[in-house]
Design a protein around this ligand. Sequence first.
Ligand code: GDD
Ligand code: MN
Length: 412
Amino acid sequence: MNQFSALLRVPSGRFQIPLSPANMDGESVRPLYFSLVVPTYNEGQNIELLVESLSQLLERALSGNYELIVVDDDSPDLTWKVAQSLTARYPQVRVMRRQSEQGLSTAVIRGWQVARGEVLGAIDGDLQHPPEVLLPLLQAIEQGADLAVASRHVAGGGVSSWSAIRRFLSRGAQLLGLLVLPGVVGRVSDPMSGYFVVRRAAIAQQPLNPLGYKILIEVLGRGRINRVAEVGYIFQERQEGKSKVTWRQYVEYLHHLLRLRFDRGRLGQLKQQLRFPLGRFVRFGLVGFSGVLVDMAVLYLLSDPATLGWGLTRSKIVAAEIAILNNFLWNDLWTFGDIASGQRGVGKRIKRWLKFNLICLAGLCLNVVLLNFLFNVLGLNRYVANLIAIAAVTLWNFWLNLKMSWRVTQVK
Ligand code: GDD
Ligand code: MN
């Protein structure tokens, strides 16, 4: 009897799929034709039957040239464990257990990030998406489509038994999508579908920013999708477990639509062209502001006659140093937390702190030079001059730390 295979390592940081399959250390791996990701949360009662029917079907069609990647978000019913136990019987199955991230769309993309297939797919883990529809979907890719979607709203499509409310909400969501993002949502008849296959090349090396349930809209909105094919299917009744859809998914859906609209809009394109990481800059600014408060507090505690009454310069140097340390820690944990988490170890953190310190100290000198130039040469009011100097130095500190201390290459 084969051994269980080990759980997959969970990728971290940005949601971007490599152009050619690679393992977590970036080394290339033996490619396959098809990788199908099954996102699961509490599907312990469904996963075995699903794996069995998918394996039978794909073994016949692709004989070993495929893999099933189960991405489970640490389900309380231990779905990941059930799936892992299946790897002994089904060597094509690989399992990822996520413990620090949640959500259907991000689960699918994390699965695609470790996938070895030239063609990537997503299918629900509760048997509501009939496995046999995979064959016409794959055929459509063979015939040149970049994306093939299983749709409830084309010939041969439908839902077995959905309440009027759920039908209304699903169509309502589609309508909202057509209003906010017609150029994306309007490309397919069932943009809410969670069942589709896509060519890796059409979404690789493209920064993805998924949210909530609607992974297909993310693929359509950010991918290089020319030809789309659709295959009708009947959305089955759920036999075991229950849907995880709550009002929260609808709020996330709206947020997702607006984010895509912004990123695809002129401002978003400008942001992309400028590659100016607005979100990070705002966080950097807030941390900088907290540093000013720390600086002031320490300066008071050390130099004020009512406290220790130290000399101003000595107190200022200590205050500035403590403020820089404060800013470094908050930036390392928050502003650049996603990057720092990929550069683990005390040594690497100290190296980042040293660089941060040097850049900020150089910034301090630049601040004094600029303040004097604006006040003494241009005759500006001292406080206006100081504000301009602080703003300029904040930009200086931000950009240099972005490029040198945390070596950020991705706009966020
Ligand atoms: N990893 C992970 N993390 N999986 C999740 C999570 C999560 O946070 N939430 C749900 N899933 C898994 C479920 O376990 C299931 O396998 C699949 O995602 C779909 O979740 P359901 O909760 O069953 O969704 P639904 O049936 O109501 O809606 C589905 O079908 C609709 C019609 O195609 C989803 O695919 C919708 O996106 C789709 O619109
Ligand atoms: Mn379902």
